[in-house]
Design a protein around this ligand. Sequence first.
Ligand code: UT7
Length: 334
Amino acid sequence: MTNLTPLKIAGIGYCVPETVVTNEDLTKLYETSDEWIYSRTGIKERRLVSGNENAIDLGEKAARNALEKAGIDAEDLDLIIAASAAPIEMYSMGCQIHNRLGIKKHIPAFDVSAACSGLIYGLSIAKGMIASGMYKNILIVATDNNSRLLDWTDRGTSILFGDGAGAMVVTPSDDGVDDIIAIDIQADGSQGGLIELHLDGETCPLVEPNEKREMKIRMNGRGVYSFVVKLLPGYVEELITKSGLTVKDIDYMVPHQANIRIIQAVQERIGIPDEKVITNLEHYGNTSAASIPIALVEGVEKGTMKLNSTALLCGFGAGMTWGAAIVRLRDGIC
Ligand code: UT7
């Protein structure tokens, strides 16, 4: 029988921009109201990059926080996985973070394109890499400046998103305990039209021109809502059952912070009480793949969450992609 190496979550960090844009501020852009936005989404304000600040700056800070908590020097990393769906450039966020961390060693660095599910996708890939013994110290960094790819005249979509970064450092576990109790990732490409971001670019002048589409996030909000509310609660419930745990064994649910009504639908299905559900979308909106680590670390900082506990992470995103993990959170990781 093959011996699979167990994984340790060694450090988690985050970074959000300082600039706050409230629902009230958005009324200067289009006809909307705090009441409309808050009652449908649970969002009151979001943080946005300003000036030359961008997702690389946020990702670097989140990564440095996670490395510090893990007690690992950036030079000792063996792999960087970046989850970035609204990057500043395509080639690539993983390499940008490698550069920013000043790593001299040539290690692999690549991006996972799974939108808001990117952190859980990255964790799943890292689990396989560590289990097989292929890599040891892995940085997963989720960072997006969604605000730069939104259409700020589209009030149905631009109200939802914020910018931010989260990072996790995972290593082989030295005590034989695997911090990932269960993990699963899935996708349904047939639903890809629900959230789109085209990168059509220019056609060679020697061939027939292509149809021009704007490079902006387009979302069928109602379609996303119905798809996710039908799918996610049962999916999460099944993962808990398959893991051999019951909902009583789970100390906290840290969901992707997209919409309070979607979070409540999952919460109701699995029957987890309010005090165990960690939300912060009121202050940050949807920060894509970064939303889970931001909520988790902030929950610990604010005291709504304690470490030495078990947490259910779950999320969904463009693609459509989704995933969930049940993880052990050791003391001192954030
Ligand atoms: O990672 C991606 C995650 N995405 C999501 O989680 C999206 C999930 N979906 C949602 O959260 C909701 O669908 C929204 C909050 C985006 C929209 O809420 P809705 O209740 O589905 O509204 P709707 O798009 O069906 O629009 C209803 C009405 C429309 O007016 P009419 O046509 O009925 O006159 C919209 O024009 O609300 C109008 N509307 C707004 N009114 C005030 C749309 N956006 C706004 C706004 N303020 N910001």
